[in-house]
Design a protein around this ligand. Structure first.
Ligand SMILES: O=C(O)CCC(=O)C(=O)O
Ligand SMILES: [Fe+3]
Length: 702
């Protein structure tokens, strides 16, 4: 079919497509959704090219601008540009540009690639597997936290007849592919190839940046609903407000291009770091002229960077003093333009109000108004003080808990915010908790050992506090053991709070009694880990030496603890590494009553060595300062405990230690939601994926 001569508004096509989808008219849904994507792309392309071509048009008043008052000179241009855009867009779209304005909700859907989510189901229904897979993949790249799609992707991967190259991102930004390939070559010391791909990435990134900037000139977005009659700004206020919005949007574009699809945070210093990498790579391949050019370009961002200034001197000597080294013209233009925009924005923020999150690290200090700097400094100071407080406390030593010892502190563990306590549990408490895991495993109540999510060589059982309590209620495990799980985790919470953050409440975020068991026949020649290196509240990216604090990671977790229960197994040591995920900085050997605790962030990447024989059990504990993320299951479990205590009319034993566990009652009352309750929320560590489904529709067909 030939492309339509006039573009239909994409939001109408989308609405019709979704309607057809719910009417299960898959053929029509697929067609309309594809057309809506096509229209959306067409509209963006039209806007981009019109904005670019209208920028080049000449002014209409004729005489040189200097001869006119500034107002006429400016508005002559403004009027002419508006006229040009109207005509240009009307021509390209084949309709009034206003017909193509969509609601915020629809714009969001398209930004998040939602149409591909519908599309993949429609294609699947139509048995067009190739297209279903590429639509699914395209959606998933931008929505890696989508639980349903994760499962669908797994299914597609297992299906025969699905080719690997169907896993294609139909909306891929060219610079990302080049950048990632470039970085791989660079890290492998393959500088010739690195130079090629990084130049391509820089070129493509700058072009994507222009596209993004061109799309900033949209309508003024109201910050809040305002009463219609009042607060309508006058001419200059209105112009200023809209213009500043456009400038801020243009400035944010650098984050847009530096953010990998599906990520929320951008790679820092994306453009300048290209130049730094390139200067090094060119030097390595013996091209000092280009190395010098890149170094000079880098210095436009960071004029006082000592190492690069040194390099510059060296290049100059190698090239001979009479060779002039200049920065790249396009980079020079980029920096100048950005500086001008920043000056205007900072002026507006200082004098007209509002805020500005400067996306760049290289903004010269003298550009930022003193009053804003002051506020920034205060925030920094507060943060630093908090870190110092922890260090101070760490020096103070012994804990306000009897019998518990600090076996290793941060210094001994070559890191920050790490500690190992011993004697948190007695031998008999460990035994009771181990029995709890055994009894739970034997119940068959939907609670069975599964293959570990991390390795095929181990089985993995997990028990939450609520599940333990429910099992006790069913008479499958001993009440006292279930209660001990609650108490042991609370004791650990108190220890960790008082050690790391006294006076600042730590809430439970998630508690999980976990056993990892070696699968006997599958240990030979095993090379993998029981738990790959990861950080607990961010997505570790060892190649980029970054950790992305964004979903699907459990970003709100502040402290992690692991309370070990046994040591009668082989392997299974916990270890900490640097951000590269390979350089080991500390090791912890599990044993009964040992509690290792650490802050959950990028400063503490850790993993678990293969468990090659036996069964390794521990209570994994995560804590948060955020009340709203407090563990709800725990509240429920405690309620059930209370309920039972009142019913028994005897407080549940504080003296669980050494108690007689043989008198298990099988006539425990069953709570109304006994078996049906929300049980055992599965913890998927590895990358600590957070399940954050945005399930919008049923997928009964899969
Ligand atoms: O069991 C351990 O020692 C560590 C487990 C862990 O790091 C996790 O579950 O996030
Ligand atoms: Fe962990």
């Amino acid at each position: 079919t030939s492309p339509p001569s006039r573009l239909a508004p994409y939001d109408l096509l989308y609405a019709d497509g979704v309607r057809a989808y719910f009417a299960r008219d898959w053929g029509r849904a697929a067609e309309l959704l594809q057309r809506s994507l096509h229209s959306y792309a067409g509209l963006r392309a039209a806007r981009r090219s019109c904005r670019a071509s209208c920028r080049r048009e000449a002014a209409f008043l004729g005489d040189p601008p200097a001869a006119r008052p500034w107002e006429a000179a400016l508005f002559e241009r403004v009027l002419q540009r508006a006229d040009c855009l109207q005509h240009c867009l009307g021509g390209r779209l084949g309709a009034a540009p206003s017909a193509h304005r969509a609601s915020l909700a629809v714009r969001r859907d398209f930004e998040q690639r939602e149409p591909y989510n519908y599309l993949q189901v429609a294609f699947f229904q139509l048995k067009k597997l190739d297209q279903a897979v590429s639509a699914a993949h395209t959606f998933f790249v931008a929505n890696p936290q989508h639980l349903q799609m994760r499962e669908d992707m797994e299914k597609y991967r297992r299906m025969s007849g699905v080719k690997a190259d169907n896993f294609r991102d139909l909306e891929a930004a060219p610079h990302w592919e080049a950048y990632e390939a470039g970085m791989q070559h660079y890290n492998a010391d393959e500088y010739l190839q690195a130079v090629d791909r990084l130049e391509e990435s820089l070129r493509e990134a700058l072009s994507a940046l222009e596209e993004c900037r061109a799309l900033c000139e949209g309508p003024l977005e109201e910050e809040e609903e305002e009463e219609e009659e009042e607060m309508q700004p006058g001419l200059y206020e209105a112009i200023a407000a809209h213009y500043i919005q456009v400038l801020k949007c243009r400035q944010q574009c650098v984050l847009d291009i530096a953010t990998k699809p599906g990520r929320i945070s951008a790679t820092e210093d994306f453009i300048p770091s290209h130049l730094d990498l390139l200067q090094f790579a060119y030097d390595q391949v013996g091209n000092q002229a280009l190395a010098a050019e890149c170094a000079a370009s880098y210095l436009l961002f960071y004029p006082t960077d000592e190492p690069v200034l040194e390099k510059m001197k060296q290049y100059q000597t190698e090239l001979g003093e009479d060779t002039t080294v200049t920065a790249r013209e396009n980079i020079h233009h980029y920096v100048q333009r950005s500086l001008m925009e920043k000056k205007l924005i900072y002026y507006a923020v200082e004098h007209l109000g509002g805020t500005f999150n400067d996306p760049d690290l290289w903004t010269p200090d003298e550009l930022i108004p003193e009053s804003l700097k002051q506020k920034y400094r205060e925030d920094q100071e507060k943060q630093k003080q908090e870190t110092l407080d922890v260090e101070e406390r760490e020096k103070r030593g012994p804990l306000p808990f009897e019998g518990i010892t600090v076996t290793m502190d941060s210094r001994q563990m070559n890191g920050t915010h790490r500690v190992v306590f011993d004697r948190v549990l007695t031998e008999s408490e460990c035994k009771d908790l181990l029995r709890l895991t055994k009894a739970a495993a034997g119940t068959g109540d939907g609670y069975r050992a599964r293959r570990s999510p991390h390795t095929p060589h181990e089985r993995f059982e997990g028990l939450t506090v609520l599940k333990a309590t429910q099992l006790a209620q069913n008479g499958d495990v001993d009440w006292r053991d279930a209660k001990l799980l609650l108490q042991a985790s609370e004791k650990s919470r108190k220890i960790i709070e008082s050690y790391f953050t006294p006076g600042k409440k730590l809430h439970f975020s998630f508690t999980h009694l976990v056993c990892r068991t070696a699968v006997e026949e599958e240990q030979e020649g095993r090379m993998d880990l029981s738990h790959p290196v990861h950080a607990d509240n961010c997505l570790l990216d060892p190649e980029g030496k970054e950790c992305w604090k964004e979903p699907p990671a459990y970003v709100y977790r502040d402290y992690s603890g692991i309370l070990y229960l046994n040591d009668d197994f082989q392997g299974g040591g916990l270890f900490f590494t640097e951000m590269d995920a390979v350089t080991v900085t500390a090791k912890v050997r599990p044993k009964c009553g040992r509690l290792v605790a650490f802050s959950s962030g990028k400063e503490n990447p850790h993993g678990v060595r293969a468990v090659s024989r036996g069964r390794r059990c521990a209570i994994a504990l995560w804590y948060t300062h955020s009340q709203e993320h407090a563990e709800q299951e725990r509240v429920k479990a405690e309620e059930l405990m209370e309920q039972r205590a009142t019913e028994q009319n005897q407080p549940e034993g504080e003296e669980y230690q050494g108690a007689d566990h043989s008198s298990r009652s099988s006539s425990e009352p069953l709570a109304p939601d006994g078996r049906a309750g929300p049980v055992s929320r599965r913890h998927k560590p590895g990358s600590d994926r957070r399940q954050q489904p945005k399930q919008t529709r049923a997928r009964d067909e899969f």
